[in-house]
Structure formats: structure tokens, C-alpha cells
Write a protein that binds this ligand. Structure first.
Ligand SMILES: Nc1ncnc2c1ncn2[C@@H]1O[C@H](COP(=O)(O)OP(=O)(O)O)[C@@H](O)[C@H]1O
Ligand SMILES: [Mg+2]
Length: 330
């Protein structure tokens, strides 16, 4: 089996900030583990505040983990720190807002030339040729129609293609795409997701695809990691998790989707508000769980196998799991 491009092992991150003389702590990412195999797409799914962007920042090196390990191409992040330029070339990021990601005064040609000259030393005709090739990959063709455009002359979908083209410029092995379609017009979201799917196949890039939308995750991803307040509550093959969810939170996410392409899917619950109640050793989801039992107040459920390549962290699962184990023993 191919060794993973990226592996997170028990990664933990707490933000500490001072507010009115008091130190506030937000435990944003809690012992998160998952891996991304070559040319695979792994979706991180969860509502606002579940720690998705923090994981993106930890992977891209914008933030440092407090504990655990991030291993890229078999080498721990600590070792990459001596070769950050190389790391940044190999691990690229696509953000939610393509308008904010691009300099309004830079033409498409200039934007795309930056990574090509900085990381690959291209100039002159070779540079021009590569810009045209990358624009073709992201379907901004005919190239001459787009290459001299400024951001304000392009649509949101076209801008996200430019941002993606810029990420491709450094020939990365991994692209972390943080909610890449949630600010785009509903009608063009599928096109951008199709582009990601093409890039993984043809440009041989692996993706961490971040979304609050389980349906797009299911359409696109090989694996889905469901996060609730920084904790992995369910993890498995995309079709398995989305079709046969085993964690009550994943069930809730599925039930709460009226229309996969609706404008405002992201619930506006501030999950950090509940931090005080749930950092005391119980299940992180118990406050909203329709099945909460007394054990959920006092213990944290472990991620347990519930099927092939499928795990969930819930005491209901643990109970059936134990009885299944007992049954097979009998
Ligand atoms: N720089 C920061 N300082 C303090 N708290 C932060 C910071 N960034 C994020 N948080 C908190 O960490 C939690 C996770 O945030 P985030 O990773 O942005 O979640 P998501 O991307 O899933 O919405 C939230 O409670 C958020 O308020
Ligand atoms: Mg986010």
C-alpha cells in the first residue's frame, strides 16, 4: 500500500488569549488523527468552530501544534522546519474567499508568475508557456482571454480557478482547500468540486477538503473525518460515513441538510461557548445529543471500529460493539 502523503497523529491545539486580564483558553483541536494517501481527497466536515481551519493552519505551518505529530511525506513537521521553503512549495492552500486571496491590482499573469519564478525559477518563454498550461488545467481558456485580466473582471468561480491555478504553480503534493466553494454562487459550486476531482487524478495532487457540508464531502472525498468541537467523532470511507452514519452528530448533519446547494448551510452555533461544560471529561457532544446517557457525562468515548475502515466515538456504538464482540466470542 502507498505510504500516506500526510499523517496527523494525536494532534492537539489550544488557543490562549487574554481578555480583560483573564487568560481564555479554547481547546480548538483535540487529539486528532487521520491520514491522506497519495491522490486521495480527505474531507474534514463539521460546523463553524469545530476546528477545521485550525487543522488547516497546523498542516500548513501557520500555527504550531501543542502536542502530537504531523508527518508529511514520511518526515515529521519538526524536520521540515529546516526546509520551510520546500515545505511551502509542496503544501499549498486554497482559501474560502477568492476575492480576498488575490491582489486586486495584479493581473492573472502576474499572480501565476509568482510561484513559478519563486519556486521553480521559470522565466521568459518557459514561464509564459507554464502559465498557459496551468490556466488550461483549470479551464480558464482560451488563455489569451484570461491572462491579462484583473480580479474585478472575473466571476467568483473564475477567481477561485485562478487561486487554484496559483496553488498548482509550485507543483504541490498536497492542497488544503478550506471551504473553497462556500462563498461561491450555488450554480458554480459543482464545477469547482469537479476541478478538484480532476486535479487529484490528472495533476496527482492530494487534498484536504474542508467543508461544513456533508453532501459535497460525500460527492468528492475518499474519506470523511467528522469533527465536533475539535474532536474526531466519526471517520471512515466517504460513502460509508455519509450513507451509514454511526455517530449522532453525523446523523444530525445529514438530517439538517435541506438542499445540498443551499446558500447558508453553516449553522451559526458558537461551539466555543459550550467549552466550560464539556472540558470536564465527558463526551464533547453530550450537550446536544438526543441519546445522552449518564456515562456520557463522566467518560470520553473512544473511536471504535464500526465497519470496514469506519470508526465512531459514541457509547451507543461502544455498547453494540461490546455485545458484538461478546456474541462472536460465545
Ligand atoms: N487565533 C485564535 N485565537 C483564539 N481562538 C481561536 C483562534 N482561532 C480559532 N479560535 C477558536 O478555535 C475554535 C475552532 O476554530 P476554527 O478552527 O476556526 O473552526 P472552523 O474552521 O471549524 O470554523 C473556535 O472556537 C474558535 O473561536
Ligand atoms: Mg473555518
Amino acid at each position: 500500500m502507498d505510504s500516506p502523503v500526510l499523517k496527523l497523529d494525536q494532534v492537539d491545539k489550544t488557543y490562549r488569549s487574554k481578555k480583560g486580564g483573564r487568560i481564555q483558553q479554547v481547546h480548538a483541536v483535540r487529539r486528532v488523527s487521520f491520514e491522506v494517501k497519495p491522490q486521495h481527497i480527505v474531507a474534514l466536515v463539521g460546523e463553524s468552530g469545530s476546528g477545521k481551519s485550525t487543522i488547516a493552519k497546523l498542516i500548513t505551518g501557520v500555527e504550531r501544534a501543542d502536542a502530537g505529530q504531523i508527518v508529511f511525506l514520511g518526515k515529521p513537521y519538526e524536520e521540515w522546519r529546516r526546509a520551510m521553503r520546500d515545505y511551502r512549495r509542496r503544501v499549498q492552500m486554497v482559501f474560502q474567499d477568492p476575492y480576498a486571496a488575490l491582489n486586486p491590482l495584479s493581473t492573472v499573469r502576474y499572480t501565476l508568475s509568482r510561484p513559478l519564478t519563486n519556486y521553480r525559477g521559470l522565466k521568459g518563454e518557459a514561464l509564459e508557456h507554464e502559465i498557459a498550461r496551468i490556466l488550461t488545467i483549470v479551464h480558464l481558456t482560451p488563455v489569451k482571454e484570461f491572462i491579462d485580466k484583473l480580479p474585478f473582471e472575473l466571476s467568483g468561480g473564475q477567481l477561485q480557478r485562478v487561486v487554484t491555478a496559483r496553488a498548482l504553480g509550485s507543483s504541490p503534493e498536497l492542497i488544503v482547500a478550506d471551504e473553497p466553494v462556500s462563498m461561491l454562487d450555488v450554480s458554480i459550486r459543482a464545477e469547482i468540486l469537479r476541478l478538484i476531482e480532476e486535479l487529484r487524478r490528472e495533476a496527482k495532487v492530494s487534498f484536504v477538503y474542508i467543508t461544513h457540508d456533508l453532501i459535497s464531502a460525500r460527492m468528492l472525498a475518499d474519506d470523511i473525518v467528522v469533527l465536533y468541537r475539535g474532536t474526531v467523532v466519526e471517520h471512515g470511507r466517504g460513502d460509508e460515513v455519509a450513507k451509514h452514519p454511526r455517530h449522532p452528530y453525523t446523523e444530525l448533519l445529514l438530517q439538517s441538510i435541506p438542499n445540498p446547494w443551499a446558500e447558508d448551510l453553516e449553522p451559526t452555533v458558537d461551539l466555543s461557548v459550550m467549552d466550560r461544560v464539556t472540558d470536564d471529561g465527558g463526551c464533547v457532544f453530550r450537550g446536544r445529543c438526543p441519546y445522552a446517557m449518564s456515562v456520557c457525562e463522566t467518560s470520553v468515548p473512544k473511536l471504535l471500529e464500526v465497519g470496514e475502515d469506519h470508526r465512531a466515538a459514541c457509547f451507543r456504538v461502544e455498547m453494540t460493539h461490546d455485545s458484538e464482540v461478546l456474541n462472536t466470542r460465545v
